[in-house]
Ligand binder design. Structure first.
Ligand SMILES: Cc1ncc(COP(=O)(O)O)c(C=O)c1O
Length: 432
């Protein structure tokens, strides 16, 4: 009863993200009353495994006791304070830890409150750093084909998923796309890097930065590529005075098998963008890390007009920082990266079975992200929606991207819960 009542009240007043609202004439909207671990529960006791970590944010489960405790402690001390002119313990501690944990050479943290706004920060900082060097023509950003960096105008401009971008094309910044490696091989990485270098030879005078999602393009249908591409791009960027922006909003915090994806390729980007898992999926927070060298380009007397005058009201929010520090505590105390390797291995074994299905084109996996690509369907058939519906009817939340069914569960998922997710997905695909 409460489910129905809340659904009706919701549909009277809400407009949901990334949703054709008319779909809710046939699709259920699910009111969640409570959640714990990987399980979400509605008002009638129906339960769902959150196999997508609630849009890739939740890493240590819902209502995690330790993170809850740390946020509650913080709540009675300080909820928020302006971060211009003021500071607080949580944000200092978090920044020191991030500088220590991220690739060597990233020394400064600039906060905002979601992935898209952090991408905007990195783009503006890159352009402004060249500008402060007296180079004023570098006003184009390069991104990879099939990339996704968020929905605000700048972030959308560097994205390349047509579905989200097409309508807004006249509003967007001028950007260039260079090919993403077509598969996970080194050959594909070399080929794509050569294409990027050709672009640099022609236009490096205009290019401020290249932005990319290291190793896995999330919203771009979980497309995966080899780390060698990052090494090659890093070298090309150095050669042509172009910044490298690593958008680890999705892949950061252990998703790919290391704490940060750039560490798998042993590279340091000029800007590292983090959000989502940063607070364990609890509160909106994002951060851009950069080098002291770039920071120094903005550091001078006020009247030289070189300061980065960018801000968001909730920058460095104290509750979000408490959640982030608690999240890093868990990484430190629970040997998470090593444990994830075991979980990823277990998932890999389960994933192989999908190749038995005739409508499966391929499977792929990078650490705690895996995907099953289907074949033989038209986009208009909306098979993803059918899989979504089937899974919900069987206690699993999947959110396919078109014809790609993917799994990105919280790290606390057990083998038994993995079995359930994989079995339900298998049956859903078989039933298509
Ligand atoms: C790689 C990447 N960058 C940026 C964003 C945007 O983050 P947000 O949704 O917090 O604005 C996303 C969101 O999915 C993402 O996957």
């Amino acid at each position: 009863m409460k489910n129905k009542e809340l659904k009706n009240r919701d549909l009277n007043v809400l407009w949901h993200p990334c949703t054709q609202m008319k779909d809710h004439e046939i699709l259920p909207l699910i009111p969640i009353q409570k959640a714990h671990g990987v399980w979400l529960e509605d008002f009638e006791g129906n339960k769902y495994i959150d196999a997508v970590s609630s849009w890739w944010v939740n890493i240590f489960g819902h209502t995690n006791r330790y993170i809850n405790e740390k946020i509650k402690e913080q709540l009675d001390r300080l909820e928020h304070v302006i971060l211009a002119g003021f500071t607080h313990e949580g944000v200092v501690e978090l920044s020191e830890r991030l500088v220590r944990l991220t690739p060597k050479g990233l020394d400064r943290c600039f906060y905002s409150d979601n992935g898209s706004s952090a991408v905007e920060v990195a783009l503006k900082m890159s352009y402004h750093a060249h500008y402060n060097d007296g180079i004023k023509d570098k006003n184009i950003f390069v991104s990879l084909a099939n990339s996704y960096h968020g929905e605000t105008i700048g972030a959308l401009s560097v994205g390349d998923v047509e579905l989200y971008k097409q309508v807004y094309e006249p509003l967007l910044l001028k950007t260039l796309q260079t090919p993403v490696p077509s598969d996970m091989s080194i050959d594909a990485a070399v080929k794509a890097a050569n294409e990027f270098e050709k672009l640099c030879i022609d236009r490096s005078d205009e290019i401020s930065a290249i932005i990319l999602e290291p190793l896995v393009q999330g919203a771009g249908y979980m497309h995966m590529y080899h780390g060698e591409f990052l090494v090659l791009v890093r070298n090309i960027c150095n050669k042509y005075n172009i910044h490298l922006i690593a958008d680890e909003v999705m892949v950061g915090f252990g998703r790919t098998g290391e704490l940060f994806a750039c560490q798998k390729a042993n590279i340091t980007p000029d800007f590292l963008v983090l959000s989502k898992g940063l607070t364990g999926g609890y509160l909106p927070l994002s951060v851009v890390l950069t080098s002291d060298e770039i920071y120094a380009k903005f550091y001078c007397d006020y009247n030289e007009h070189k300061a980065f005058l960018h801000s968001h009201s909730y920058t460095g929010n104290a509750l979000a920082c408490a959640a982030a520090n608690a999240t890093l505590d868990i990484f430190e105390n629970d040997n998470v990266i090593e444990e994830n390797k075991k979980t990823a291995k277990y998932i890999a074994k389960k994933l192989e079975k999908f190749l038995e299905l005739q409508n499966v084109a391929s499977i792929r996996q990078t650490g705690m992200i895996c995907a099953v690509e289907l074949k033989g369907y038209e986009a208009s058939e909306r098979i993803g929606l059918k899989v979504y519906q089937y899974a919900l009817d069987n206690e699993v939340l999947l959110r396919p991207l078109g014809h790609v069914i993917y799994f990105m569960p919280p790290y606390v998922i057990t083998n038994k819960e993995i079995d359930k997710v994989m079995n339900v997905a298998f049956e859903a695909i078989e039933a298509l």
